[in-house]
Design a protein around this ligand. Structure first.
Ligand code: 13P
Ligand code: SF4
Length: 365
């Protein structure tokens, strides 16, 4: 571990972390059912959800079929903060989480008495994989004077070591609040989100060096070129993207905040720098508007992910039906770890309520 940068209150720490095997995830992407098969599968899942007192909670990045199914069955499609809120408030005894593993774990931590199923338990996240709990604990222990703030894209064990959990929609208000209280922050794992929050808040932040393999691929020069070709387009960027990409944004925000921008801004064209799964919701809400994907290719492109998260892609109708039918892929969280992690997640949910952050709980679509 070595200090690599000290700039305006922000210290970056260099870490080696294991490469993320995206190829393993792509290899597990479920096959696309044919049209007739799809209709039968959807009816089967609807019946199973009812019979098993289950609700589908999906992220905006998963396959459009799953998003539509969650909508059609009284579930929810949203960002990670809203998914946590919705599952927590919904009376169903089984939560089926279509997303990545940390989302299923968060649902289980908040609702230990409920059954939480996922289409595939191997659906991980490069940020979670890049922040192993043993190294993270050593990092925290080496900086006992700092308040530990972790992004929701982490394991239950990492959350259990944190003082606060945040998602991209609430990270900035929480860090500003901590700064006002004179606290110094240890931030993990996403270095780009950490950098953005530090710049916006001016807080003293020590950053873990994780990154998202999807957002890391967006290219500033090619984005600037595309922007020049479409001067009427607004640029929407998720803050997990590199700083040079964030700098070109008209709006920086969580997935929900970016979708809201497509509805609220006086523009008909948008360049979108986040996972392209989000385009389904954007196009459904604004069918007459034009959406362009921000470039991931260009000089220096590695094309390991190309605009779509390989772990989100592991969710499909086939493995969802199987999980429900066979009671497969149940999320388990060690109860001791779960109880500790719950404290830092609930701190975030309470804070969201206190500041009146609009989240999608039950009856608040
Ligand atoms: P949101 O909370 O903005 O949906 O982000 C989750 C995520 O994994 C982005 O890559
Ligand atoms: Fe993780 Fe990136 Fe996938 Fe989001 S898009 S789940 S941050 S790897």
């Amino acid at each position: 571990m070595k200090e690599i940068e000290r700039q305006g209150g922000m210290i970056s720490i260099a870490y080696d972390h294991p490469g993320c095997a995206t190829s393993t995830a792509w290899a597990k992407k479920p096959r696309e059912p044919e049209l007739g098969e799809k209709t039968i599968l959807i009816e089967r899942i609807k019946r199973l959800l009812k019979e098993q007192d289950a609700v589908l909670v999906a992220h905006y990045y998963v396959h459009p079929d799953l998003q539509d199914l969650a909508d059609a069955t009284g579930g929810c499609v949203s960002d990670s903060l809203d998914m946590a809120n919705f599952g927590h408030q919904h009376p169903a005894q089984t939560l089926v989480v279509a997303g990545v593993r940390f989302m299923g774990e968060t649902a289980k931590i908040l609702n230990p008495e409920k059954r939480v199923l996922m289409p595939d338990l191997d659906a991980n996240c490069s940020l979670d994989l890049g922040c192993p709990v043993e190294e993270f604990t050593a990092f925290c222990d080496a900086h006992p004077d700092r308040t530990v703030v972790v992004y929701a894209n982490t394991s239950a064990a990492v959350k259990a070591r944190a003082d606060w959990v945040v998602t991209s929609s609430i990270a900035l208000p929480i860090v500003k609040h901590l700064k006002e209280q004179g606290q110094k922050i240890l931030w993990a794992p996403d270095r780009h989100l950490g950098h953005y929050i530090q710049q916006q808040s001016g807080a003293d932040m020590l950053l873990w060096q994780g990154s998202c393999v999807v957002h890391d691929e967006f290219k500033a020069k090619e984005l600037a070129d595309l922007k020049a070709q479409h001067p009427d387009a607004k640029v929407l960027v998720h803050p997990e993207s590199p700083p040079a990409v964030v700098q070109l944004a008209d709006v920086v925000g969580s997935t929900t905040q970016l979708i809201k921008a497509t509805q609220n801004l006086a523009a008909n064209k948008f360049i979108v720098a986040t996972d392209n799964g989000i385009l389904h919701r954007m196009k459904t809400l604004s069918p007459d508007k034009v959406f362009l994907e921000a470039p991931t290719a260009g000089e220096g492109a590695t094309c390991t992910s190309c605009n779509h998260c390989p772990w989100m892609a592991m969710n499909g109708l086939l493995n969802l039906a199987e999980a429900l039918e066979k009671g497969k892929n149940e999320i388990q969280v060690d109860p001791v770890i779960g109880r500790r992690a719950k404290v830092s997640i609930e701190r975030m949910l309470d804070f969201a309520r206190q500041i009146g952050l609009p989240t999608r709980g039950i009856g608040n679509a």
